[in-house]
Design a protein around this ligand. Structure first.
Ligand code: ARG
Length: 654
């Protein structure tokens, strides 16, 4: 307007420093540069023509051409009252103008393995995004793309087969002893080959014997299959560590043996031709015999039992019937992915493999980078499955948007996936583009600044990490509130411990790495879960105290016609409360939970300043209802942010 130019962005942002107001418009400088004029002069002419009198004090020009905006107290007062009296729990947040069906792909651990901290991030960030998007009014379809196919599949079967053989030989734990041996020798070398040879010789004998049994009885019905059936009668919590051990045994054996050029005989290998274990895996993939299928199914269920224990602890909701859609689900759809891409000419053969070369992707040497969808031995890959999953989500789940939550190391995979989908036209339905989003995150580091590992260098198990958090939180609660009962303390410790782990993750910018520190995340001050939970409990204690003083909070709140914001700290708190929607909307727009935690932290601090300056229950009758409303709205907002949107439990007392 001031320039006669159309379509200029005002670029209004929350002010970085409250001394300059509540918002600042930064658009003038860029515009001034564009039309080659003095930015400060331009800002002054913008301000002269700007009428925001219903919302703001007269705008001010600052620095080289910023326009500072300060909300009017009357606006803050009426807006806060409006939000407080609104029906339901929207807290000023508007529903999305055009709700979509959004598929969220997150958590997605691999079967036969323990979940580690990398999965923690995908799981809780994904869960938070689902909560945010659902609250905004979208239909969210959760998809846990578990890695239940591929190399691990062969190891799962072979592992269970070893378990079966161990029982048959009456040495139920041979694999544990041998696993220890392999681990020890893998470090020192020397006798490793002898041990491997010993295992493989026995393996071969068993395998041949078993094969003969199979030939006589068909399909291994005599030995392996009955064994698998019996497994289901055992307690899954006892079987899980047992299974992990045998799985590691098979994996390490494979690693050692192939490193030494040793070969593992397989069922399909002819007399002369021994194959590597990985070949065995490939054959397994091609033929789904009953007992193999049963073995796989058993281990999938076993893994999911473990995962769901963790999801429940974390307050993450997955529906086991509908939301678990692992890689194996797409098996039948993989050949069509390859043939369709070949038919359209997008996929070509290169060194025996089938690949797409999306433009713009290069290897280090500057060669075109292939997106490989079929290996020369016919096997399909991670990429093939993701293409099949994408088609399924677009065409059958009717996604308008697909959001993938994985660590940043997969950036290139997803860039290529999205590009290939676009080239094939698979990212459109009924002529409309489906939005494809990759939400990435950094690593969790130990206090030494390196990826978080145990002392012995293994991945930190998520389950143990959470147990430790709760244990440490129990200590904090003990120190802080010795007067509470044991069962109260347990409940609070659970909320604080789990909350602390989640909050620490959310409050860091998700794209950065962060250092995992129990001491920091459990600190009672700073931007932590216990600080926020304590802030909430403190506000709630005012209401409890009111009751003992005979103050009827609800009826005072109901009687309010206008708010009386006379103290600066009341006004600051009120202004911050009306800006909740802004924080939530920006968290949704950028898929960044830390915008929400930063808002909540500031809210707790504003509240603290207000509560220090302004007596509430002892306030004069003219101001008490306003102050009670500020308390009540603070409690509602913290609770909504923490528990509804971040999935972190609040406690009434701490
Ligand atoms: N299973 C993979 C992992 O543990 C993550 C899968 C992510 N989702 C996907 N559609 N590729 O790294």
């Amino acid at each position: 307007m001031a320039t006669g130019q159309a379509g200029c962005a005002a670029v209004v942002r929350p002010a970085t420093d409250p001394r300059f107001g509540d918002y600042q418009a930064n658009g003038v400088m860029a515009l001034a540069k564009q039309i080659k004029t003095n930015p400060r002069k331009l800002a002054e002419s913008v301000v002269a023509q700007l009428d925001l009198s219903d919302l703001c004090e007269p705008p001010e020009v600052a620095g080289p051409g910023f326009v500072n905006l300060r909300l009017k107290p009357e606006y803050a007062a009426t807006e806060l009252l409006r939000i407080a009296n609104e029906d339901g729990e929207r807290l000023g947040i508007r529903p999305a103008a055009s709700p979509q069906t959004i598929v969220a792909d997150f958590s997605s651990p691999n079967i036969a393995k323990e979940m580690h901290v990398g999965h923690l991030r995908s799981t809780i960030i994904g869960d938070c995004l689902c909560r945010l998007l659902e609250f905004e009014g979208h239909r969210v379809v959760r998809q846990n793309h578990i890695g239940d196919w591929g190399t691990q599949f062969g190891r799962v079967i072979l592992g269970l087969w070893h378990m079966c053989m161990a029982e048959k030989h009456g040495q139920p734990l041979y694999y544990r002893t041998e696993l220890d041996g392999l681990r020890r020798l893998a470090k020192s070398g020397e006798d490793l080959k002898r041990l491997c040879q010993h295992i493989l010789d026995r393996h071969e004998k068993d395998w041949r014997k078993d094969s003969t049994d199979l030939d006589n009885l068909g399909d291994g019905e005599r030995c392996f299959h009955p064994f698998l059936k019996k497994l289901r009668e055992r307690d899954p919590h006892e079987m899980w560590p047992e299974f992990l051990a045998v799985y590691q045994y098979v994996s390490l054996l494979e690693e050692c043996a192939s490193g030494m050029g040793l070969k593992i005989p397989t069922r399909d290998a002819g007399d002369k031709d021994y194959a590597y274990l990985s070949r065995h895996v490939t054959t397994m993939l091609q033929r789904l015999d009953r007992q193999e299928y049963d073995a796989w199914e058993y281990v999938t269920e076993l893994t999911l039992d473990e995962c769901f224990d963790i999801y429940t602890k974390l307050g993450v909701t997955f529906n086991r019937e509908t939301d678990i859609r692992g890689e194996s689900f797409y098996n039948d759809r993989l050949p069509a992915v390859v043939s369709d891409l070949r038919d359209s000419g997008l996929a070509v053969e290169s060194n025996g493999a089938v690949c797409v070369f999306p433009p713009g992707f290069k290897t280090k040497e500057g060669e075109p980078l292939p997106f490989i969808i079929q290996k020369s031995d016919g096997a399909f890959l991670y990429a093939t499955t993701d293409l099949a999953a994408l088609r399924y989500r677009v065409n059958e789940l009717k996604a308008g948007r697909i959001v993938y939550v994985t660590d940043a190391r997969q950036i290139q995979h997803f860039q290529m996936l999205f590009k290939v989908a676009e080239m094939a036209g698979w990212d459109t339905r009924d002529g409309k583009k489906v939005e494809l989003v990759h939400v990435t995150f950094g690593s969790v580091l130990g206090e030494d600044g390196r990826p978080l590992k145990t002392r012995s260098g293994e991945n930190v198990k998520l389950k143990e990490l959470l147990e430790e958090a709760v244990l440490r939180a129990r200590q904090v609660v003990n120190d802080k509130s010795p007067e509470l009962s044991d069962s109260q303390k347990d409940k609070i410790a659970e909320a604080v411990g789990i909350g602390a782990v989640k909050y620490a993750d959310y409050s860091n910018s998700r794209t950065s790495d962060y250092v995992f520190s129990f001491d920091k995340m459990l600190a009672m001050d700073g931007n932590t879960a216990p600080y926020m939970q304590y802030a909430y409990a403190r506000v709630r204690s005012i209401e409890r105290k009111a009751r003992t003083k005979g103050v009827d909070v609800r009826s005072e709140l109901a009687s309010i016609k206008t708010l009386n914001l006379s103290e600066p700290s009341e006004l600051d708190l009120a202004k911050h409360l009306v800006r909740y929607a802004e924080a939530v909307e920006s968290a949704i727009a950028d898929y960044r939970p830390n915008y929400l935690t930063a808002y909540l932290y500031e809210l707790a601090q504003q509240f603290s300043a207000f509560y220090t300056n302004c007596p509430v229950l002892d306030a004069p009758p003219a101001t008490r209802p306003t102050r009670l409303l500020l308390c009540d709205q603070t409690a509602r907002t913290i609770k909504h942010g923490l528990s509804t949107l971040l999935g972190i439990a609040v406690v009434e007392q701490m």
